[in-house]
Every structure is written in structure tokens, then in C-alpha cells.
Write a protein that binds this ligand. Structure first.
Ligand code: SD4
Length: 341
């Protein structure tokens, strides 16, 4: 199949929220030439004076709502953000009806369900797995890579061996529902990824706990009908998610190739380090995609971010990206603002 057919049609549900406007206060004269556009860096980066909102957890898409409930049980008892994000996304991984994460995820074009996941804690430790098959909870394997090995990422057969050696069970992840969809797809075998699949896609979750510590997790079956062996942004530290406990954390969903080329989550954290709010930072990272990748209009990317004060932000290229937020005010789904109006 020619490469140009790889990227085509997307369906986007129409949703809208008011955009949070802002004016960054001032800018160093030299920085002004580096940072065009409406965003400027504050003079004194990272002066977080606002009232702290914690704990808080945010997670991508509709399925983030239920995943947040699991995370909140841990956060509300002063538990660790790392445990909250791991346990939260595990709910989605085990949901056989969900076509985009873990068990029941849509396979690649050859019929294999291959999973990517990553996790990062408040100490800057990171772990990930890519191209992993047969394991329902890749996020927990990623955590074990982080905690039990000297490495950051294990991939494919090696990741599977590591999981099995650590007590994970080998299972068939291709459900009847996913298999039927794949068979339908094979009739034409056109690579037309639908990014906002029923409004649940990759689950990315970021949290700040009662102690003010941040963690993030990201787990996915990747793009449906991808080439066998394709790995997306989700297991790439700094692309699919990133945490710097002094600053904030971010996660990504959508067409991973664009996120990888701009290292989106790391970029968002760096923007926050330089004084932008989470909302401003997400918008600026989407703007970077617009500046650098001319075909951005054909794709969806959604970013979520949280800072050390517990403020959150979300932004996407297209309409249709939503996320769930759970804090003292309760759990709710929120439609993200977006670029292409
Ligand atoms: C990937 N970012 O594999 C993932 C897929 C995704 O919304 O998030 N889709 O590229």
C-alpha cells in the first residue's frame, strides 16, 4: 500500500467550549524574536502563586471518566499519583468493549493487537513498553520496566518475555468484535484511521496528589490497521507523556507521528517551565505542529496538561477532543477547545 494512502479521512464530532484567553505579562526582548505568535514567556518563569488545587486527575476522552473514578479513590486517600494513574488506566486496558486500548483494541493490518504504554513518576523515573502483544496491562509492565530494570523501554518479544517472567499472563487480546471490524476493513484494506473513535482513543492520564507530586500514564493499541511493527508516540518519553515534578505533566492523544516529530508532551512541560499556564502551553504545542507540519489539518492531536499548582489545560487541532477532570468539585467530562474553528 503506497505511503500516501496512510493518512486520510477523519471523522470528528462537533463540540465546543469557550476558549480561555490570556495575555502573558511581559517578555525578554530577545525572547520576542524566538517566540512569535500571541504567546510570550513570563519574566519570572514558574512563579506559581495561585491557590493550589490538589489532588486533581485528568484523562483523555470519554473513557477517562470511569478511569478517573479509580484514580480518585487513591488520590482522595492521599495516595501516590503514580498509583492513581496506573490503576486508573488499567480499567480502560481491561475493557474488552473499548477498541483503542489494551484488551479488545483494534489490530494492525495483519491482525495482531500490538500495544504501547508509558509511565513516569515524580522522581523523573520513566518506563515504557512498545509493540507488546498478549498482555492486558502494558501500563503495569511499563511500571515494572521503570522500577525493576536499568532501562526505560522494552519492546516486542523482549517486553513480552519480561512480562511473562514477572508473572503476567499471556492472553488473546483480539476480541470477536475487533476481529469482525478488522475483517470488514480487510475487504478494502484502505488505511483510513478514524481518530476520534467513538470518542475513546488512547488513554492518557496525568495527576497531582495531595502531597503535590505529579505522575502520568499513557496506554494504547495505537492506530487501527497500522503497519505491523509500527510504534506510536505513546511509549516515547516526552512525546506521549512527560512529567517534571518541579513544573507539571502532559499527555498526548491522536496521530502519534505528529506528536513524535514535535516531542509534544516534553514541549508542553518546557513551555510551562517558562511561565505559560497549562492551557497556554497546550495551545502553543498545537501551534508548533501547525508551524512545522504542513499537513496538520488532516489529523487530530489532543493534549492535556497539569501544573504544579493543579491548574489544568487541554487543546486539540480538531473539534471533538474531550477529557475528564476529577477534583474536589467532582468528576466531569469537558470538551476541549481546538485550533481549526
Ligand atoms: C498512536 N497516539 O499510536 C496513538 C493513538 C491515539 O488517538 O492516540 N489515537 O499514535
Amino acid at each position: 500500500m503506497p505511503a500516501e494512502t496512510l493518512y486520510k479521512v477523519f471523522k470528528f464530532k462537533i463540540m465546543k467550549i469557550n476558549r480561555r484567553n490570556f495575555i502573558a505579562k511581559s517578555i525578554l526582548a530577545t525572547a520576542g524574536t524566538l517566540i512569535s505568535s500571541k504567546y510570550t514567556f513570563a519574566k519570572e518563569p514558574l512563579k506559581l502563586t495561585g491557590k493550589k488545587n490538589k489532588p486533581v486527575v485528568i484523562a483523555t476522552w470519554d473513557h477517562g471518566f470511569d478511569a478517573n473514578k479509580v484514580a480518585w479513590k487513591i488520590l482522595s486517600k492521599k495516595g501516590r499519583a503514580l498509583d492513581a494513574v496506573e490503576k486508573g488506566v488499567m480499567l480502560t486496558e481491561a475493557d474488552a468493549d473499548n477498541l483503542t486500548v489494551g484488551l479488545g483494541g483494534l489490530p494492525d493490518r495483519d491482525g495482531y493487537v500490538t500495544l504501547d504504554a508509558s509511565i513516569m513518576d515524580e522522581k523523573g523515573n520513566a518506563g515504557s513498553v512498545s509493540f507488546l502483544q498478549h498482555i492486558v496491562h502494558p501500563i503495569s509492565v511499563a511500571r515494572l520496566v521503570m522500577e525493576k530494570t536499568p532501562h526505560v523501554m522494552l519492546s516486542g518479544e523482549g517486553a513480552l518475555q519480561f512480562a511473562l517472567a514477572n508473572g503476567f499472563k499471556k492472553e488473546n487480546l483480539l476480541t470477536e468484535k475487533a476481529k469482525q471490524k478488522w475483517k470488514e476493513w480487510k475487504k478494502e484494506a484502505k488505511y483510513e484511521p478514524v481518530i476520534n473513535i467513538e470518542n475513546h482513543d488512547t488513554i492518557g492520564m496525568v495527576a497531582i496528589d495531595a502531597h503535590g507530586n505529579l505522575s502520568s500514564a499513557c496506554t494504547t493499541s495505537g492506530l487501527a490497521y497500522k503497519m505491523h511493527g509500527r510504534v506510536g508516540d505513546s511509549p516515547i518519553i516526552g512525546a506521549g507523556m512527560y512529567v517534571d515534578n518541579e513544573v507539571g505533566a502532559a499527555v498526548a492523544t491522536g496521530m502519534g507521528e505528529l506528536v513524535m516529530k514535535t516531542l509534544g508532551s516534553f514541549l508542553i512541560v518546557e513551555f510551562m517551565r517558562n511561565g505559560l499556564s497549562p492551557q497556554q502551553a497546550c495551545e502553543k504545542a498545537i501551534e508548533r505542529i501547525k508551524q512545522k507540519l504542513p499537513d496538520y489539518k488532516n489529523f487530530q492531536i489532543g493534549y492535556l496538561a497539569i501544573n504544579k499548582s493543579g491548574e489544568t489545560g487541554a487543546y486539540s487541532i480538531q473539534k471533538g477532543f474531550n477529557y475528564a477532570k476529577y477534583d474536589k468539585k467532582g468528576n466531569r467530562l469537558i470538551d476541549a477547545d481546538y485550533l481549526l474553528k
